[in-house]
Design a protein around this ligand. Structure first.
Ligand SMILES: [Zn+2]
Length: 362
């Protein structure tokens, strides 16, 4: 690690504006439920309004796939590693932007972060690829309620106050988690920076009697605390609550878009209030996938039927060196983001799509 140069480029915050959001409710001023993104933030950067997920045979437009398209810059027909039907525990074969950054520069794992929702345990594992030259040594760290609960279990077992059946129960719960995440549990020593992050989180929400926020509001809270306490250089937050529209109510989707927009606004304000982040941080806002617009469907706005609008997304890139108020309407592709992020940060994503989003690069 010591032989690598320190990282002196811009910080990068990637906002996964999902899970699954169409252009209509986001960047369309007539119909938007995200006024900050559409009417304020878009004007501060370059908006690619015609980004698509390619129509390739065997390719699914869903949350895990979209996330990996963004971080690897590469399409793959992912299959669950345990062969589980509809399982989404995928292992990318090419490196993620986190791995490229950490291989090129001396950046500790707790400064490369994925912030994840609590009801998608499969996505807990998108922190590294199985590429022979990269992989677990260059992984990013994950912040999520799962990670917090695992930390708490370890604490409770270690502090010796539990005994008998209660202790046995905690041990079983922890063993179940560690079986799920076997490689990390085995190969990754506890990171003191993360240990004290979770200790402060527990102090705040445990001893104060406050209940931590849930859903996408929790992701916003974790992100803001992480910026203050861990000082990330590359962070991706995976918003997901739009996806509750799978239960059947369009209002679940539109309300979630509004909550996510408020989260984006708070994260941008946090960056602007911080002298070390202000003018030194680039934002990328991009959905993992779009949503269907079939008006005859029983359940509106799904994304598994390969319809055109499930492939239609957008990307906004804003920050130092990126043209402000620029709108690009040529068709671009979701896999062009990884190489563009790499170029903006000053490294090369050698296995990613080589065409970049040139308009965003000064
Ligand atoms: Zn979904």
């Amino acid at each position: 690690m010591a032989d690598r140069p320190p990282y002196e480029g811009p910080n990068m915050i990637v906002i996964r504006f999902g899970g699954g959001a169409r252009r209509r409710e986001t960047i369309d001023p007539e119909h938007t439920f995200s006024p900050f993104l559409c009417r304020e933030f878009a004007a501060r950067g370059t908006l690619f309004m015609n980004m698509e997920i390619a129509q390739l045979k065997g390719l699914n437009t869903s949350h895990g796939e979209g996330t990996l398209n963004i971080v690897t810059g590469h399409y793959d027909q992912y299959q669950d590693v345990a062969g589980k039907f509809l399982g989404a525990r995928f292992e990318p074969k090419v490196p993620t932007v986190f791995e490229y950054l950490r291989k090129a520069f001396n950046v500790p794992p707790h400064q490369t972060l994925l912030v994840n929702g609590e009801d998608r345990p499969d996505e807990e594992f998108y922190t590294f690829s199985n590429h022979f030259a990269y992989g677990i040594d260059y992984r990013c760290s994950m912040l999520s309620l799962y990670r917090f609960k695992a930390w708490r279990l370890r604490q409770q077992i270690a502090d010796g106050r539990l005994s008998g059946a209660a202790l046995e129960e905690q041990r079983k719960a922890l063993a179940k988690w560690e079986r799920l995440d076997a490689r990390s549990a085995r190969d990754e020593p506890p990171d003191p920076a993360l240990e004290s992050f979770w200790q402060r989180w527990a102090n705040h929400y445990g001893e104060s009697g406050l209940v931590n926020p849930r859903g996408d509001r929790l992701l916003t809270e974790l992100t803001i605390r992480a910026i203050h306490e861990l000082r990330p250089r590359l962070l991706m937050v995976n918003y997901q609550d739009c996806d509750y529209v799978h239960w059947g109510h369009l209002s679940h989707y539109t309300r979630a878009v509004a909550i996510m927009d408020e989260g984006l606004r708070r994260i941008v304000e946090t960056v602007e209030a911080d002298p070390e982040y202000r003018d030194r941080t680039i934002f990328v806002v991009v959905p993992d996938c779009g949503r269907d617009n079939n008006p005859l469907a029983n359940v509106p706005c799904q994304h598994h039927f390969n319809s055109r609008s499930a492939h239609e997304i957008f990307a906004l890139i804003a920050g130092p060196g990126v043209a402000r108020g620029q709108v690009v309407d040529r068709m671009v592709d979701q896999t062009q983001l990884a190489g563009t992020i790499a170029r903006l940060m000053g490294f090369t994503a050698e296995h990613a799509e080589g065409r970049l989003l040139e308009e965003s690069i000064a």
